[in-house]
Design a protein around this ligand. Structure first.
Ligand code: MG
Ligand code: MG
Length: 260
């Protein structure tokens, strides 16, 4: 069942989403060559708890950490461990927060140092796919409109769209109905209504769309070992309009400061 939210509940979702946005902003300041993934996880958890939230991924189906950090050929659900970030790495950071009973869940893919031009393009196109998916999220349209917009842009650029993992509704639960696939046809799926809160999250592979799970029981990687990128925003439909609840503003500010 799709649980439609009241205006008040959407504001609680927004507060949780913005806590994730600020956490990603903190990560953007700290992420660089030589940094251990477990350090990023530690500062994220501290920041979230200091701001009255709970790390929503930690303990979710037994996931051991606050962040999902997925590098290079890893698509999503990577476990932050003692791996050290190197020049040229592609690092997707996904974060979930529960604040005052409601969830935020969004993700950014960071390019560390000298990333190959074809990988930079993958990242750009994945981010564009997210924004096109959001533009296609319109009241009285269908979830498939979002799916089509994401898939069309990614495939036009020759990339593979992951099928096994999809976006989702969120609110009191981290994952709610409806599913928001990154592939599909216009006009298919559930109708988009006021009060829907959705996590739209393209997972786009440079090569094959096929993925597999590592023996750690979590990390999803591309079957061909080629890189994958992932961006995620939370949106809500309020009074007939789609609003983005999360923001990359904090990340982008931090990245600009680092590169100045
Ligand atoms: Mg999500
Ligand atoms: Mg996420």
């Amino acid at each position: 069942m799709i649980y439609l939210k009241t205006r008040e509940e959407i504001e609680l979702c927004r507060a949780a989403a913005l806590t994730v946005s600020r956490t990603l902003g903190l990560i953007a300041r700290e992420i660089k060559e030589g940094v251990q993934l477990s350090y990023l996880d530690k500062i994220a958890e501290e920041y979230i708890r200091d701001n009255g939230g709970l790390p929503a991924f930690k303990g979710y189906s037994g996931f051991p950490a606050t962040l999902c950090i997925s590098m290079n050929q890893a698509v999503v659900h990577g476990i932050p461990n003692n791996t050290v970030i190197k020049d040229g790495d592609l690092v997707s950071v996904d974060c979930g927060v529960k604040l005052n009973g409601y969830h935020g869940d969004h993700a950014y893919t960071f390019c560390i140092g000298n990333v190959a031009p074809d990988v930079l393009k993958l990242v750009e196109v994945t981010k564009e796919s997210l924004m096109l998916g959001i533009e296609a999220c319109k009241i009285n349209g269908h979830i498939g409109d979002i799916s089509f917009a994401v898939q069309n842009h990614a495939e036009k650029n020759g990339y593979g769209v992951v099928r096994e993992l999809v976006g989702h509704g969120l609110g009191k639960k981290l994952h709610e109905k409806p599913d928001v696939p990154n592939f599909g046809n216009r006009g298919s799926g559930k109708k988009i209504k006021n009060g829907m809160v959705l996590a739209i999250e393209p997972m786009i592979n440079m090569g094959t769309k096929n993925v597999k799970q590592l023996n750690d029981g979590w990390t999803i990687v591309t079957s061909d070992g080629k890189p994958s990128a992932h961006f995620e925003h939370n949106v809500a439909v309020i009074d007939g309009k789609t609003e983005i609840l999360s923001t990359f503003e904090y990340v982008e500010e931090a990245l600009q400061a680092v590169h100045r």
